[in-house]
Write a protein that binds this ligand. Structure first.
Ligand SMILES: Cc1cc2nc3c(=O)[nH]c(=O)nc-3n(C[C@H](O)[C@H](O)[C@H](O)COP(=O)(O)OP(=O)(O)OC[C@H]3O[C@@H](n4cnc5c(N)ncnc54)[C@H](O)[C@@H]3O)c2cc1C
Length: 503
């Protein structure tokens, strides 16, 4: 990781006076650092800061420190479109941090980023056309005030302080250690210990192969199965292009196109012929586990492929652990925790020295920041989203909410283009405020939950749907979760459409 980028840029000198910027970016994760890059490139005259609550950049990839932490997307598409990815497609958190550190260094972004700045409030004043942002420096306790013309929310989608752990009966009497992967303790020693991981999403699929070789035994306990795609952590096209000494910019662009083309075909097939896709996915698992393994029970989900994110398993490492006997899968429900482990609904007992709850996130809408508009508290659930980027009645603000079925960063890049185009458009028009508003033809539009649960329904979204903005039934008023549509639609948005009102 870059050494220079972790240092906080100097804090503003006067505590009492507010520091003003044209654009304030919240968060120095992959979206915020990308936003800073695009802003510098596409709106070179704008002043900006990135405020980040943590001590360094990386967001998700800095915060998660559990064994084996890696992406489940390929980095040709999870990486930015402007910076070639030169490593294997699936990357470790450290590799992603190194890549982001290079973006910060190569583009001299460090002076714009303030670490340890936790934002608590954001208040809009229509009189001044300004956001006022209150932050606390976590290293000094100092309270700071910033004003900004435009707020670019790159704060991610889940609460960073703690993961989601359901409350099971008897947890208080368990004598072993309960750990959530989001807050992994540095001192956790699992060598020769019996470990149970609760959950079977991407996190469990990463943890299990990383931990199993050191544990006495590791069990993955799932309530219901998940789809996995095993495959080599190699990209054949990238290998060929490198063999013929194609420049890395070409490799990045061509491999990206190929990955996106293949994903589009796969996504379409998952909707059009879900049974065929399901059979293919299960066959992929069977190849590793053999004909006698109970694939039906442990690896055949009830939902259609693609209704939840499908985890990629590089080199089938999860299945290799199971095949070797070091790890096992149990599909059952927890009746109660006991002193020594878990009693399951089937009556089976699972003893464990350590129980890891890989049970997901708590959704966090807009970084748990208290927003207000002209002194009135803002409840985002009462707004309607403009293309999953802006909200009715909320001026000069864009948030980045990426894709679930494709790499998050694809959308971070597209949204960044939109923000920069919008800012340049406002300058050209000589206006200070833009706010999405329902048009006359939208007044009778049905208002629906943020995402259609029939389309995509992971637990954290279902638990937090009531907190999220509403969606309408027209393309302008929803986050389609469809990169292949949005890659053409977002750059073609008519910025003078009546859905965007200027002042
Ligand atoms: C373990 C894990 C693996 C994942 N793997 C993939 C993957 O392979 N592919 C994929 O597409 N997606 C993946 N995701 C989803 C992932 O979170 C996003 O893809 C992406 O990293 C999000 O980047 P971001 O910058 O938008 O948000 P984050 O990475 O969450 O960063 C947001 C930043 O904002 C800061 N922040 C938030 N609130 C405040 C505040 N009030 N004040 C100051 N700072 C604040 C946070 O500290 C954080 O640094 C994964 C998620 C997890 C948890």
């Amino acid at each position: 990781m870059s050494g220079t980028a972790v240092k906080s840029a100097p804090a503003p000198k006067a505590k009492s006076s507010a520091e003003h910027v044209d654009v304030l970016i919240v968060g120095a994760g992959i979206s915020g650092v990308g936003g800073a890059y695009h802003l510098k490139q596409q709106c070179p005259g704008k002043s900006f800061v990135v405020l980040e609550g943590l001590e360094s950049f990386g967001g998700t990839w800095l915060m998660h420190r559990y064994p084996g932490i890696r992406s489940d997307s390929d980095l040709y598409t999870f990486g930015y479109r402007f910076k070639p990815w030169v490593g294997p497609p699936i990357a470790t958190a450290q590799e992603i941090l190194t890549y982001m550190g290079e973006v910060i260094d190569d583009n001299d972004l460090a002076p714009h980023i303030r670490y340890n700045h936790h934002i608590e409030t954001a208040s809009w004043s229509s009189k001044d056309n300004l956001w006022t942002i209150e932050a606390t420096r976590k290293d000094t306790g100092e309270r700071l005030t910033f004003t900004a013309n435009f707020l670019w929310m790159c704060q991610g989608y889940y609460r960073h302080s703690e993961g989601y752990t359901p409350q099971w009966p008897g947890m208080e009497r368990y004598r072993g250690r309960i750990v959530h992967p989001q807050t992994w303790p540095d001192d956790l020693d699992y060598k020769d210990k019996t470990v149970v991981i609760i959950g079977s999403g991407a996190t469990a699929a990463t943890l299990a192969p990383a931990m199993a070789p050191d544990c006495k035994h590791l069990t993955v306990l799932q309530r219901s199965p998940t789809y996995f795609i095993p495959g080599r952590n190699q990209n054949d096209l990238a290998n060929i292009l490198r063999e013929i000494e194609a420049p890395e910019e070409w490799v990045h662009e061509l491999v990206r196109r190929k990955v996106l083309f293949d994903q589009e075909v796969f996504t379409r097939r998952a909707f059009e012929e879900p049974e065929a896709v399901r059979a293919e996915l299960l066959e992929g698992v069977r190849l590793f586990l053999g004909p006698d393994y109970d694939i039906e029970k442990h690896f055949t989900p009830k939902y259609r492929p693609w209704r939840q994110r499908i985890a990629f398993v590089p080199d089938g490492d999860l299945f290799q652990g199971i095949a070797s006997g070091k790890a096992s899968m149990v599909t059952d429900e927890i009746e109660t925790f006991t002193e020594t482990g878990l009693l399951l609904k089937s009556g089976e007992k699972l003893d464990a020295d350590i129980i890891i709850t890989a049970t997901g996130f708590n959704l966090s809408v807009l970084g748990d920041i208290a927003f207000s508009i002209d002194g009135k508290p803002l409840d985002f659930a009462n707004t309607v989203t403009y293309r999953g980027m802006m909200f009715t009645g909320v001026p000069n603000m864009v948030w980045v909410f990426g894709y679930f079925r494709a790499s998050w960063t694809l959308r971070a890049d597209l949204v960044a283009d939109f923000v920069c185009r919008l800012l340049n458009h406002m300058d050209k028009k000589g206006v200070k405020r833009v706010v999405p508003a329902l048009r006359a033809e939208d007044r009778d539009m049905p208002l629906l939950p943020w995402i259609d649960p029939e389309n995509f329904n992971p637990g954290y979204l279902m638990r937090g749907m009531h907190l999220l903005p509403k969606r309408g039934d027209k393309p302008e008023w929803q986050h389609s979760q469809d990169y292949w549509r949005e890659k053409n639609e977002l750059p073609a948005i008519d910025l003078d459409d009546a859905a965007l009102q200027y002042d």
